[in-house]
Write a protein that binds this ligand. Structure first.
Ligand code: 1CP
Length: 349
């Protein structure tokens, strides 16, 4: 299994074809996902029922020639396990019933124990590994401390997360206290997912790119580094490659590559060639087609795939993906065009 092309690419070893998976590959664009979600009654129920989480994780693997599966869950399982109360309404996105706003709220938080407080996630990982029969590797994941703190303070999505930024600016000590407990939670959560069978780990720093450079270093990068370092000091996690995806943070690529992670996820605002020139051989790269490409014709999709492969060039260390999650309005047949084009156009010629 460690020979699978996805894991080989993360180690920057030569591969027979460029491996490909898609962020949010198990999601609302698939009719079978919508059917299982309806059966579950709610998104949170779907996440908390290992059999159903396993079922939706495997749906895109059954449909397409994907090279990795990703655990079906959400980054907000940690705040939920901390007692903040997660719900996800159709169409409105996630909501936390009890956001943290004061020093006292934050001082009361403790790191959840993965095998008790987040047992349903670990059970899902074990079940998915069993049901995958080593067909493709399984990716486990968590949100970055900064991104989780944004939701924990705001209580829901936001275009600017102004409340979280205001806390960081007005009372940095309290913000660091929050980021520290979340970073410790994320580190043990990822290590537990690896121990339960996840073969690669990914940290989503979706809102890192909202921060000005000094704030990025202080409130996001510092904790990403802590997580990367902590995963290297943990027995199982040490041999499990870690992918960091800090969306909109291309200004910090070199620093992100120096955290000790195996790979960097990239959004589409930088070319793969330019990113590779900046980080060299330090890390593998994952990405980075604009998800909007999936609204274009099959011919245009293939042209974009060809261009991305050419941009990266004939080097080891590329995992093909979108630059962010697939959107619910995509035609599943266009996804097949993309995946098949990656394999066909990256075949040794
Ligand atoms: O109604 C529904 O069915 C819920 C839609 C949905 C889905 C399919 C949510 C709510 N989460 C998920 C699954 C999910 N979330 C996965 C599954 C694995 C996969 O197939 O990729 C993953 C990895 C996530 C991670 C996640 N959740 C992130 C980081 C990645 C990213 O997209 O930037 C973030 C920011 C979230 C929060 C969240 N949860 C759900 C939504 C709609 C959101 C985004 C809300 C916002 O924009 O603020």
């Amino acid at each position: 299994m460690s020979d699978h092309r996805f894991l080989r690419a993360l180690r920057r070893e030569p591969v027979d074809r460029t491996p490909v998976w898609i962020m949010r590959q198990a999601g609302r664009y698939l009719p079978e996902y919508r059917a299982t979600r309806a059966r579950a009654g709610s998104f949170v129920n779907l996440c908390k029922t290992p059999e159903l989480a396993c079922e939706v994780t495997l749906q895109p693997i059954a449909r397409y020639a994907l090279d990795a599966a990703i655990l079906f869950s959400d980054i907000l399982t940690i705040p939920d396990a901390m007692g903040l109360g997660l719900s996800v309404e159709e169409g409105t996105g996630p909501r936390l019933a009890k956001p943290v706003r004061t020093h006292a709220d934050i001082a009361a938080l403790t790191a959840p124990d993965p095998e008790t407080d987040l047992r349903y996630v670990m059970d899902a990982v074990r079940l998915i590994r069993r049901e995958l029969h080593d067909k493709v590797p399984l990716i486990g994941f968590a949100g970055s401390p900064w991104t989780l703190a944004c939701y924990m303070i705001e209580g829901q999505g936001s275009a600017s997360f102004a409340r979280a930024k205001a806390l960081a600016l007005e009372d940095p000590a309290t913000m660091h206290r929050l980021l520290d407990v979340v970073a410790r939670s994320v580190a043990v959560y990822l290590a537990a997912q690896a121990a339960a069978g996840a073969q690669a780990l990914m940290v989503f720093d979706t809102w890192g790119g909202l921060l000005a450079p000094d704030m990025f270093r202080e409130f996001s990068l510092r904790y990403l580094t802590q997580i990367a370092q902590s995963s290297q000091s943990h027995n199982v996690a040490k041999s499990t490659p870690l992918i960091l995806f800090s969306k909109g943070a291309n200004a910090h690529l070199e620093a992100l590559a120096d955290t000790g992670c195996a790979a960097l996820g990239l959004d589409w605002t930088i070319s793969l060639g330019a990113a590779r020139a900046r980080v060299g051989q330090r890390v593998a790269l994952q990405g980075n087609l604009d998800p909007a490409v999936l609204h274009a014709s099959p011919t245009a999709i293939r042209t974009q795939v060809k261009q991305a492969l050419a941009d990266f060039g004939p080097h080891p260390g590329h995992v093909f993906n979108l630059g962010h999650g697939i959107t619910p309005d995509v035609d599943p047949e266009r996804v097949r065009v993309l995946i098949d084009a990656v394999h066909e156009l990256s075949a040794p010629g």
